[in-house]
Design a protein. Structure first.
Ligand code: C2E
Ligand code: MG
Ligand code: MG
Ligand code: MG
Length: 283
């Protein structure tokens, strides 16, 4: 019996594991090539002053226009990019491309718009990050305070002392730091207080369930209160309904992001977004 199962296991798993491994290997190879073949692109999701405008700026979100697989979102390739270290060069490209685009918008009459870039843990820990940021700001003539670097709570709390050191160095340049996906990690409040961040982003998971689960409403209220007591701006991500928009605005959440207000779009499409001109209905 045991022998049989073993053989079945062998026969069943061996080919499929090979297929998965081959697939991943192919994807790594493709990703390596993607950078030189201009297949990576940034989409931009608007951040709105609560409840519905004006647009304050955008979060840059990475996309991969794969020649055969179509437009891929980060969940498909980011883990691989991190495991292989490719995320470092890709991430540097993201910083430069986002700032290049921001400069274009500034010159097109939106000089107050800001851009937020997500940093992976590996990128965050590179000693060259500060230099990369300084050079990109200089190259594209962007005032540092119009760049926000988003680091997840989990990344920030991996080595809290080191994170305080890195974020201090970065924010000395004048750039802003944001703690992303807040509520999903395990923050020590002591460290949270020490982190030179200017913003907390409430994770989508809490925002999504706001209408049905009163527990999530309590958590979100607590996060907003915590942010306010630490003098941090608070951004809600994943706002999909008018009820969520009203609830979050009522709590004093400054900035809203989500499909209700605007999905991530290519730069050419931002002029089609709600409240693009900044005029607020009735205001
Ligand atoms: P994130 O930084 O928390 O970004 C928010 C994600 O939620 C984005 O997914 C966005 O498209 C999605 N989203 C925004 N509003 C809504 C909504 O109302 N409903 C729903 N269901 N989803 C919404 P995306 O673009 O797939 O990115 C996923 C994650 O990948 C990001 O989470 C971020 O952690 C990472 N990522 C994206 N771009 C980059 C990058 O350039 N570098 C690095 N290191 N990570 C990136
Ligand atoms: Mg983010
Ligand atoms: Mg997030
Ligand atoms: Mg996230």
């Amino acid at each position: 019996h045991t022998k049989n199962n073993g053989r079945n296991g062998y026969n069943f798993f061996q080919p499929s594991m090979n297929t998965i491994a081959q697939n991943q290997l192919q994807l790594i190879n493709d990703l390596w090539l993607a950078q030189d073949h201009q297949q990576l692109r940034l989409f931009y999701q608007p951040k709105y002053c609560a409840p519905q405008g004006p647009i304050l700026g955008f979060e840059a979100l990475l996309r991969w226009q794969h020649p055969e697989r179509g437009l891929l979102t980060p969940d498909v390739f980011l883990p691989l990019a991190e495991k292989t270290g490719l995320i470092v060069t890709i991430g540097n490209w993201v910083i430069n491309e986002a700032l290049r685009q921001l400069r274009v918008w500034h010159l097109q009459g939106h000089p107050h718009w800001s851009v937020a870039v997500n940093l992976s843990a590996l990128q965050f820990e590179q000693s060259s990050l500060v230099e990369t940021v300084v050079q990109a700001l200089d190259r594209h003539l962007i005032p540092p305070e119009l760049l926000t670097l988003e680091v997840t709570e989990t990344t920030a709390m991996r080595d809290p002392d080191e994170s305080v050191r890195i974020l201090t160095e970065l924010t000395r340049l004048g750039v802003k730091a944001s703690i992303d996906d807040f509520g999903t990690g395990y923050s020590s409040l002591l460290y949270l207080k020490r982190l030179p961040a200017s913003e907390l982003k409430i994770d989508r998971a809490f925002v999504n369930e706001l209408q049905s689960e009163t527990e999530d409403a309590t958590i979100v209220s607590a996060i907003v209160a915590l942010a306010q007591s630490l003098n941090l701006k608070v951004v809600a991500e994943g706002v999909e309904t008018e009820e969520q928009q009203a609830f979050l605005t009522g709590l004093g959440c400054n900035t809203l992001q989500g499909y209700l207000l605007g999905r991530p779009v290519p730069a050419e499409k931002v002029s089609e977004l709600k409240n693009y001109t900044g005029q607020q209905a009735g205001a």
